[in-house]
Design a binder for this molecule. Sequence first.
Ligand SMILES: [Zn+2]
Length: 291
Amino acid sequence: MADAASSSEFVDVRMVVDLGERHLAVGIIDSDGNVGVRDRVVTPTKDRLPALTRLIHRVLAATPAEQRPVMCAVTGPGPVDEERGCFSPLGRNDWDGLPIRDSISDIVECPTILESTGRAYALAAAGGTSVIGLHLGDDVDGGIVVGGRLLAGERGSVGAFAHLGVEVDGRPCICGKSGCLETYASVRGIEESTGRGLVSTPTSLITQSGMMVARACASLAAMMDIHRIRIGGVVVEAFREAFIASIHSELEERSRLTHLRDLDVAVSQFHVLAGASAVALASDLVRPASL
Ligand SMILES: [Zn+2]
């Protein structure tokens, strides 16, 4: 290999981890992003850190001896608390405060970077270009990529779109306001409003959800002057055509606005480790050569 150290037979690889409400997934990727060894478990309702630790040990045990992780990228429910090295999502105490970064670094013996699911999704969707990524999962999350670079902001959380106001006097939100995108387009918000599972959402509410997402897209495109918007996540997967049609119909009504005329809004879905892989490949944070 071109970058192999002269005295080493080791092959540098990166570990990627995704922490979701449904699964914990861990994999090993090469420098091209190809996933080698991978494993996943159902996310337990409690004792999540021990479950993650066991999964990581299992993946390491299955990884060929010559492959050595030089860093680890973890995606999970944002925002990330950089100081504590953990995820700190609003209203999700199961994740809040778990020392993910230090625990993984101790096991894998390499630097670990945490990123929110939505920001990582945007980076994966951008493919080196400019894009606004909107990830509609258990929470609404997202990211903005300009020329292949994920915008960070002062706290590294650009793209936390969950609490964009999309409806005056709309549904109450866990943040204390009302009418946030989160209440119309996240699994949690939708299920709380219907009292049913996501797949049983009535068509009228799917249409409403699409309309609210379109409003957010129009605002974001105007603010950022980026014409490609990519949407993914389990909500999109469950709602499909009716949802997408509603988004386009709402945007069509605003097509007299110049910046919306060529707005390209489309669905992009990836495998569960794609976001973490994009973060890992974009990161310079690797184990020092001396180790
Ligand atoms: Zn809110």
